[in-house]
Design a protein around this ligand. Structure first.
Ligand SMILES: *Cc1c(COP(=O)(O)O)cnc(C)c1O
Length: 407
């Protein structure tokens, strides 16, 4: 179709196109977005919305951040990809900066979050056989009920969400599922063949579930006691979302391996990373693992700029200040529908009573009022705006939210 036709279309036209040709694996709200800046996005009719999803925390730095966009343009004009068959002049700087920032010893760059998870599964299994001395083929990884780590076959093999699994059998073996937030359950599940415990510090997709205080500290002790690799999946909770660089810092612990993705590029490019001590990522030798796009100079330049603005523009501190304010004000809204408001920093879940009829129609009403958010787990509305949001923007959002929740 010629470009001019596309420009003449309204929302209904774009929606009809998507519905005609696209796989139906998503059920989006019917808003067709065309432009974004900071916390705001605009639809094709010109209506402005406050983005309270931030692409599942991929745009913590705000939409189209000018410094990240500039870094991307400059690098795209110079060199985009050479593959890891050769070296490039962005990779080393990216490694050094991210390791210094996160106090890691080694980094493995990948593309999507799911790939980072897949990569760590390979690494800890290999660590189990070559370092811990587990019999070949016997490695077990412990994970939590209600987890979300991505959508590949291996990852959904240990999901407890029926819809994520149905029809995709056979599954990958080697995983054991325990309740989230229960450190005793972890200790009981450990066997001599356990290599790792994979956990989200706060379950984001699971409905913004915050574990009890002290949970991660106990988990850290147990993993040390049994020589088990503690892997935190901070793909959603990391990079400032909860008011700290990593959510695990709230408990004062350091995982052996931390996974990041999403906001690592500020929403401009798919890039993820496995951050680790030398022992775990040290198991990989040339040819053991790889990715064509992983660590390409364009991705590295974008990630370096995205990390720089996150720190220099004090976005993490802002999340720590305005997040609790947002949550407190949400708690103050008088509504017959709200069961609980919970979260940390700017990762906030509002759980509704079952009788409210599901979070989705509240999200549709919020959309009409100029606020974009998405239900998670049927009864929870997640509020996770870009970390650059100011108190006055939150006050405006609260007016709209209380209108919707009070009626
Ligand atoms: C989004 C997410 C992933 C998967 O990332 P993709 O880039 O969608 O593959 C993994 N873990 C957590 C906690 C996530 O929120």
């Amino acid at each position: 179709m010629p470009e001019t036709h596309a420009l003449l279309m309204n929302s209904a036209g774009y929606i009809a196109l998507e519905d005609e040709y696209g796989a139906k694996n998503y059920h989006p709200l019917d808003v067709v977005l065309t432009r974004g800046q900071g916390i705001w996005v605009w639809d094709v009719e010109g209506k402005r919305y406050l983005d309270c999803l931030s692409a599942y925390s991929a745009v913590n730095q705000g939409h189209c951040h000018p410094r990240i966009v500039q870094a991307m343009i400059e690098q795209a004009q110079r060199l985009s990809i050479v593959s890891r068959a050769f070296r490039n002049d962005q990779l080393g700087g990216f490694y050094k900066e991210i390791c210094e920032l996160t106090k890691s010893h080694m980094v493995l760059p990948m593309n999507s979050g799911a790939e980072a998870v897949e990569s760590v599964i390979k690494a800890v299994r290999k660590w189990g056989y070559t370092v811990k001395g587990i019999p070949h083929g016997m490695a077990e990884i412990i994970v939590c009920q209600n987890n979300f780590h991505g959508r590949t076959i291996t990852i959904i093999s240990f999901s407890t969400e029926k819809q994520y699994r149905d029809g995709y059998e056979p599954f990958t073996p080697g995983f054991k599922v325990i309740p989230f937030g229960d450190a005793d359950a972890l200790e009981s599940a450990i066997t001599p063949n356990t290599v790792a415990f994979l956990v989200e510090p706060i379950q984001g997709e699971g409905g913004v579930i915050v574990p009890p205080d002290g949970y991660l500290r106990k988990v850290r002790e147990i993993c040390d006691k049994y020589n088990i690799v503690l892997v935190t999946d901070e793909i959603q909770t990391g990079l400032g979302r909860t008011g700290r660089l990593f959510a695990e810092e709230h408990e004062g612990i350091e995982a052996d391996v931390t996974l990041i993705g999403k906001a690592l590029s500020g929403g401009l490019y798919p890039i993820s990373a496995v951050l680790s001590n030398k022992e775990v990522l040290g198991v990989f030798h040339p040819g053991d693992h790889g990715s064509t796009y992983g660590g390409n100079p364009l991705a590295c330049a974008v990630a370096r700029a995205a990390l720089k603005v996150l720190i220099e523009e004090k976005m993490i501190e802002n999340a720590a200040t305005v997040g609790p304010y947002f949550m407190e004000q949400l708690r103050g809204i008088k509504s017959q529908y709200v069961k609980e408001v919970r979260g940390k920093g700017l990762l906030i879940g509002v759980e509704l009573h079952k009788e409210a009829g599901g979070a989705r129609h509240f999200c549709a009403k919020l959309k009409d009022k100029g606020i974009l958010c998405k239900e998670t787990h049927e009864h929870v509305i997640r509020f996770a705006p870009p970390l650059v949001i100011r108190k006055e923007d939150i006050d405006w959002a609260l007016e709209q939210i209380s209108d919707v929740l009070a009626h």
